[in-house]
Design a protein around this ligand. Structure first.
Ligand code: ADP
Ligand code: ASP
Ligand code: MG
Length: 418
């Protein structure tokens, strides 16, 4: 008898029929003698609907109250699923994050799980029940409800699997696994039967929303056996693997992208050691995450400094940068809210500089200008004009042969030939 944590996302519980289908699947697993903890998201569209209502009342509503509001979406689905399970004769009990005692810090809207009390989960499991837990939420040390950031139910599931030392954590969603890129952008994308933890971490951090990045971080830290599966069709899905062999990997395993980016440039700042900290200090004090950073020294005692932020933070970041610009006597501030980041990811590329050349050549041949570039051992990211995003993703997908099985991929993706 095994213990499984099974998470079902918004589309998978989006209607009462879908909830019945999830109940059927869970009841089947239970009837095979396994223990099951189910984690569910809110019905699809519900979290956006709740956010929209608060926005109408006050765009700057207190974040604590926002978390009380948006956590309710998941409270609806846990109750409905528990009702559907009990009706089937499969004993089940619903629990909010607070009731389980999923402890988090107080960073409302993007709280981090610090630890999980497993006593109540374990006693409900021991009494033979399926426990249905609300994803995306916890409680802080002041007894306030917190939420874990968009897509956070993935993290709830993996964290519970780690805390309970579950045999496997299954993330059921509306695609049947992790693909070489988002199949909604490139229909020729191919499902990967396995992906290394490092690649999945990069893909998630670079915009592939199939798994929330923090869920992948948890999985890696506690080596949680993690599989992404479809809640609509049967299949083996995609297994996240740990400690794989780098030499045999394809150069590029996947392409991720993020449309939700904006860039800011401050021109003509004094070229001296503390200036970067002066520019980024107010941004970080405002809790705005910065992604890429590039400084160009111009040789005349000045420098230009560019960085990217989440598009939701663009206006705030620009206002702060204008203030810094006048303090520093900078020439001006420029911004671009219509950019996108495209990244190629693969553990096999770590020792192959030719991969970057291929990427830049492909984009150049399509007439796509690269505004910023950043690299790590296993990824290359470029910022481009948002209107070229789909073209860039499809061209790179074809150039690296990702629409073909690894054994049939063209020279472009063969480690021996680049
Ligand atoms: P859920 O509501 O189940 O959590 P999400 O919408 O958060 O589902 O994540 C699933 C979606 O992730 C897919 O519908 C797909 O459009 C998108 N996606 C982005 N990149 C990938 C990828 N590389 N592989 C699979 N899906 C991806
Ligand atoms: N309901 C939350 C969201 O829409 C959490 C989740 O679905 O994982 O982001
Ligand atoms: Mg999700």
């Amino acid at each position: 008898m095994a213990l499984y944590v099974q998470k079902f996302g918004g589309t998978s519980v989006g209607t009462l029929d879908r909830i019945e289908a999830v109940a059927e699947r869970v009841a089947q697993t239970r009837s095979q003698g396994h223990d099951v903890v189910v984690v569910v998201s809110a019905m699809s569209g519900e979290t956006n609907r709740l956010l929209g209502m608060a926005q109408q009342l006050d765009p700057d509503a207190k974040r604590r109250e926002m978390d009380v509001l948006v956590s309710t979406g998941e409270q609806v689905t846990i109750a409905l699923l528990a009702i559907a399970l009990n009706r089937r004769g499969c004993p089940a009990v619903s629990m909010t994050g607070d009731q389980v005692r999923i402890h988090t810090d107080s960073a409302y809207g993007k709280a981090r799980i610090t630890h999980i009390d497993t006593d109540s989960l374990q006693s409900e499991l021991a009494s033979g029940k399926v426990v249905v837990v609300a994803g995306f939420q916890g409680r802080d040390e002041h007894n306030a409800i917190t939420t874990l950031g968009r897509g956070g139910s993935d993290t709830t599931a993996v964290a519970i699997a780690a805390a309970l030392k579950a045999d496997e954590c299954h993330i059921f969603t509306d695609v049947d696994g992790v693909y070489t890129t988002d199949p909604r952008i490139e229909p020729k994308a191919r499902r990967l039967s396995t992906i290394t933890f490092e690649e999945m971490l990069e893909m998630a951090s670079l915009g592939a929303k199939v798994l929330q990045i923090r869920s992948v971080e948890f999985a890696g830290k506690y080596r949680v056996p993690l599989r992404v599966l479809s809640s609509f069709i049967d299949g083996e899905g995609t297994l996240i693997t740990y400690g794989g062999e780098r030499m045999e990997a394809p150069l590029v395993s996947g392409i991720a992208f993020n449309r939700n980016e904006a860039s800011l440039t401050i021109l003509g700042v004094p070229d001296r050691p503390t200036v970067a900290a002066q520019i980024l200090g107010p941004i970080s004090d405002a809790n705005i995450d910065v992604d890429m950073i590039v400084q160009n020294t111009l040789g005349d005692g000045t420098a230009d400094f560019t960085f990217t932020v989440n598009r939701d933070d663009y206006r705030r970041a620009r206002a702060l940068l204008e203030l810094t610009a006048s303090e520093l006597g900078a020439a001006c501030v420029q911004g671009n809210g219509e950019i996108a980041k495209v990244s190629i990811v693969g553990v096999g590329m770590w020792n192959h500089p030719g991969v970057a050349r291929t990427m830049f050549k492909v984009l150049g041949e399509e007439g796509i200008n690269m505004q910023l570039i950043s690299t790590s051992e296993i990824k290359i990211s470029v910022v481009i004009d948002e209107k070229y995003l789909e073209l860039a993703v499809r061209s790179l997908h074809a150039a690296f042969g990702l629409d073909q099985e690894p054994s049939e991929q063209p020279l472009g993706n063969n480690p021996g030939l680049i």
